[in-house]
Write a protein that binds this ligand. Structure first.
Ligand SMILES: [Zn+2]
Length: 339
């Protein structure tokens, strides 16, 4: 808890900052319902692990230890500021204005092994190969929660990510959202295989260019600190599957289980719920590479926090010097967003 107090002191703009006993008293009286996860199965941030290891090994070198502590807190402050930008966008999206924010991620596949039944514990099935289903969750803040489940033979790649983004946007349009006036943000983790790649950038650029959406953004938090509310939702899905789903012999049984889960889900900001079975995926990669042979190199290091913003020249306040149909792809790399 002392670490959180030190971070609070560094973060706070107030002239008089609370002492540790006051901080502790307020925490225990107002926020005692909040719990910290004891252990996590996810990989930890390399930067954090490096500084923590150095701090613990520098017990006899107070000055060096203090420098390492400062570096660690500076790093934690920077990731908190990145996160604050996402929370701000989420707040605007929940107000249901012109901001649409979707966060997309895949769940740990080990939770969705088929068939799922107690009979599989038998020695007879010891060497039985059980396929793992893919599950991707999307929270369109202020709009809907959607789960996309697919068989293992459908790859988790940029094609699937394009398909899911297209489906999410279609559902928003059907719900009456005027996407052509909206600023659409897709938040995801740093996995280059799924969202942080040239295919998704081309797809969002084409949506902006064609006027389907007003402007588009691909937003990523830094590696090791990219876990957000979607992961908290996945934790609830995993608990539900573990406690309530004793038997699921096919992917359809998991679809029914997820539909049951979404009916019980208490997320007042997102009243609509969808569970979609993806049977096949279109070849977005081939089409986008052919339609837009633009070099999109220069994303930078895979671990850095990035926001790729796409807008039309006319919306950026620039005069059109060519035909109106020749909308130019404007790629702005903002790195880091708010350092
Ligand atoms: Zn870190």
């Amino acid at each position: 808890m002392k670490e959180y107090w030190i971070q609070y002191k560094r973060q706070s703009q107030a002239e008089h900052k609370a002492s540790f006993p006051t901080f502790w008293r307020v925490w225990s009286s107002h926020y005692s319902f909040m719990r910290f996860r004891s252990t996590s199965s996810h990989a930890q941030c390399s930067e954090c692990v490096k500084h923590k290891a150095l701090i613990s090994s520098l017990a006899d070198h107070l000055n060096a230890r203090k420098v390492q502590q400062d570096l660690l807190y500076t790093h934690l402050q920077a990731q908190f500021r990145d996160r604050s930008c996402y929370w701000r966008m989420r707040g605007l999206a929940r107000a249901r204005g012109l901001d649409v924010v979707c966060i997309q991620d895949g769940i740990d596949q080990s939770k969705f092994i088929v068939p799922r039944t107690s009979l599989m514990r038998a020695k007879t099935f010891e060497g039985f190969m059980r396929p793992k289903l893919h599950l991707v969750g999307v929270i369109a803040h202020g709009r809907h929660v959607a789960f996309y489940i697919s068989e293992p033979n459908i790859p988790k790649d940029s094609n699937t990510s394009c398909e899911i983004l297209a489906d999410s946007l279609q559902r928003l349009a059907v719900a009456g959202v005027d996407l052509s006036a909206c600023r659409v943000t897709l938040q995801a983790d740093n996995t280059c295989r799924e969202v942080k790649n040239g295919i998704l950038m081309r797809y969002v650029a084409s949506l902006v260019s064609d006027g389907v959406i007003g402007s588009g953004r691909l937003s990523f938090l830094r590696t090791g600190h990219s876990h957000e509310d979607i992961d908290q939702l996945f934790g609830r899905v995993a608990s539900f599957i573990k406690l309530k789903v004793r038997t699921a012999l096919t992917s359809s049984d998991f679809v029914h289980a997820l539909e049951e889960f979404t009916r019980q889900l208490d997320r007042p900001f997102e009243p609509q719920r969808f569970v979609v079975k993806l049977d096949s995926i279109r070849d977005w990669r081939g089409w986008l590479s052919e339609a837009m042979p633009v070099s999109l190199k220069g994303i930078g290091g895979p671990g850095a926090p990035h926001v790729m913003h796409f807008c039309r020249r006319v919306d950026a306040g620039l005069l059109l010097q060519r035909e109106a149909t020749m909308f130019e792809l404007r790629l702005a790399l903002v790195r880091p967003l708010c350092a």
